[in-house]
Design a protein around this ligand. Structure first.
Ligand SMILES: *Cc1c(COP(=O)(O)O)cnc(C)c1O
Length: 357
């Protein structure tokens, strides 16, 4: 069997969830959209089900997957419904629903529902992606309340630059939020992972941790709270071939690496078809048999090559960590021009093996 695999530590997932709650002092919706950032939505939700205040996903398809797996906790649809017809399923499965646009308010006013909805009313406080305009926010709130179709409204917004510690934009967005809300008394939800870890002054009744649940930092620089996260995924494989090359020999497609000295090259069963970033350059950290070394040459579809020159004891069958507790996914992402979010979401083909369930 091909030795590439992703080990998922559900105990670490629970540690990170508890940390989100501890740091924020708030209730936390575990964000498990995009198949829990590649970690497996059902397994992750099951592992958190006993203690989580609820879950958040991107769309009803993802929510139904969790309901069909027996998850009874609240599930928030982060973009609400994409078409009006979804409202009957939202009603039937008792999903919580973001409302970010006037047409969604109108659809709820028209809807025939068995039970009143839980709505998270989203304000565009400056990210300019989705959300109601500040001038229409209070009106939308009043209409939803008056519709008789809604039993509770949480006030929500989303930050564009919370991962930049010295950026004034988050404070500006917060000020705009308070201005638009204009005295409305309701529960508030503003913080994603970087805002949970880095902006304790932003108020919240509910937080929405995503990437931090999976143990990766959203920051480019070291950050005190992020250092407390435990990586959940270990992407690992084995050395399947070894080459002893003299100086001056090219390795791999495009001869992107040429040996400068006699070089021992290890070939690892892992490639971009597994989700390892193709743009990882020579020098990207890799751990072989517990020792740090570097990627060399171009990453190909099913294999990549590493430098074993300084690791004489490593060879065929040696265990390789591509990312995990020792090689941080965020470091691999940074040198590859990516982010850990994308690395995790790109995971495919490799079997996921769970522990700590
Ligand atoms: C994805 C998402 C989150 C989680 O973001 P992280 O940066 O992964 O913590 C929170 N809120 C909304 C609205 C999202 O879409």
């Amino acid at each position: 069997m091909r030795p590439a695999r992703a080990l998922i530590d559900l105990e670490a997932l629970r540690h990170n969830y508890r940390l989100a709650r501890e740091i924020s002092g708030a209730k936390a919706l575990a964000v498990v959209k995009a198949d829990a950032y590649g970690h497996g939505a059902t397994r992750c939700a099951e592992a958190l089900a006993a203690e989580a205040d609820g879950f958040a996903v991107a769309c009803i398809e993802e929510a139904l997957e969790l309901r069909y797996a027996g998850i009874r906790k609240p599930i928030l649809l982060l973009e609400g419904f994409f078409e009006e017809a979804e409202l009957s399923l939202i009603d039937q499965h008792q999903l919580w629903c973001v409302v970010h646009a006037a047409w969604q308010v109108e659809a709820i006013e028209r809807a025939r529902l068995a039970r009143p909805l839980q709505v998270w009313l989203k304000l565009d406080s400056g990210m300019h992606r989705v959300g109601l305009h500040p001038a229409e926010y209070r009106d939308a709130h009043a209409r939803l309340l008056a519709s008789g179709k809604v039993e509770k409204i949480v006030l929500m917004s989303h930050f564009a630059r919370a991962d930049e510690p010295d950026c004034p934009r988050s404070a500006e967005q917060l000020a705009l939020f308070h201005e638009a809300r204009n005295g409305l008394q309701a529960e508030i939800s503003l913080r994603n992972s970087p805002a949970i870890l880095g902006w304790p002054e932003i108020p919240s009744d509910w937080v929405r941790p995503g990437i931090m649940l999976y143990g990766a930092t959203p920051f480019e620089q070291a950050q005190e709270q992020a250092a407390r996260l435990k990586p959940v995924m270990t992407l690992e494989s084995k050395i399947i071939s070894v080459r002893e090359l003299p100086a001056g020999e090219p390795v791999g497609y495009g001869a992107r690496f040429v040996s400068e000295r006699p070089t021992r090259v290890g070939v690892v069963a892992m490639g971009y078809a597994d989700g390892y970033p193709r743009h990882a350059p020579t020098g990207t950290p890799v751990m072989v048999d517990g020792q740090l070394t570097r990627l060399i040459g171009r990453v190909s579809m099913d294999m990549l090559t590493v430098d074993l020159t300084e690791l004489p004891q490593a060879g065929l069958g040696s265990r390789v960590e591509l990312w995990g507790r020792n090689v941080l996914a965020s470091d691999v992402a940074q040198v590859s021009g990516s982010i850990p979010y994308q690395l995790f979401c790109n995971l495919k083909r490799v079997p996921r093996l769970y522990s700590g369930g």
